[in-house]
Ligand binder design. Structure first.
Ligand SMILES: [Zn+2]
Length: 206
């Protein structure tokens, strides 16, 4: 049931032809453990199978897994270039690139919005994955702005570890008040609206 929510739109239903003139923006958002990176990697792989030129970027702040890769929690990986800012990403952009993949979009500076618009305007297909909310449940900039400018939006969901309902929140389970606290199962778990609390909470014992 969750998979139906996650994968029911965009790519397969899309009728825009990419011919070097038509670019667009796709945004994949959701909580942690909802399969955002996995869905991004799936789309990038399909593009590569079609022999399209792909470049992938991620912000340097995220040092989980290998630094030259984007990775899903389930173990899928794809090569990527770590960059500090949107400007650094643009400086590394090659003119014949057709597909631009960006993971952990929530860690980019606000200049990413103008950058992805510029890329799409120049005919590239841009696919960005990121967290839509922080650990307090607040919209996580620049993802709300990216959702606004995107042609296609996919919202992925996890499963609440407490009750099994569809989860839309990243529950922090470590004691930190920093907005950016990089971690995985050691610091977060997926929760639904009913089970989420907007502060650090003890991890669910299963
Ligand atoms: Zn729940």
């Amino acid at each position: 049931m969750v998979e139906e929510f996650a994968f029911d739109n965009t790519e397969e239903r899309r009728k825009i032809r990419q011919n070097g003139e038509n670019g667009w923006i796709e945004v994949i958002v959701g909580s942690m453990f909802s399969g955002k990176s996995e869905e991004l990697i799936r789309r990038l792989r399909r593009a590569q199978i079609a022999r399209q030129k792909v470049q992938v970027f991620k912000p340097k702040i995220d040092d989980r897994y290998s630094i030259e890769q984007i990775a899903s929690h389930s173990g899928m990986t794809h090569v990527s270039k770590p960059v500090m800012t949107a400007a650094e990403m643009m400086a590394q952009m090659e003119p014949d690139t057709q597909i631009v993949g960006i993971d952990e979009g929530q860690f980019f500076d606000m200049a990413i919005i103008e950058a992805v618009n510029e890329l799409a305007n120049s005919g590239k297909r841009v696919i960005i994955a990121g967290l839509d909310q922080d650990y307090l449940g607040r919209p996580f900039e620049p993802m709300p702005q990216l959702l606004a400018v995107a042609e296609f939006i996919t919202k992925t969901h996890a499963i609440c570890v407490k009750c099994g309902n569809t989860a839309n929140y990243s529950q922090r389970t470590s004691d930190s008040k920093e907005r950016v606290e990089v971690g995985a199962h050691d610091k977060y778990e997926a929760r639904c609206r009913k089970c989420f609390v907007p502060h650090a909470d003890a991890p669910t014992i299963i």
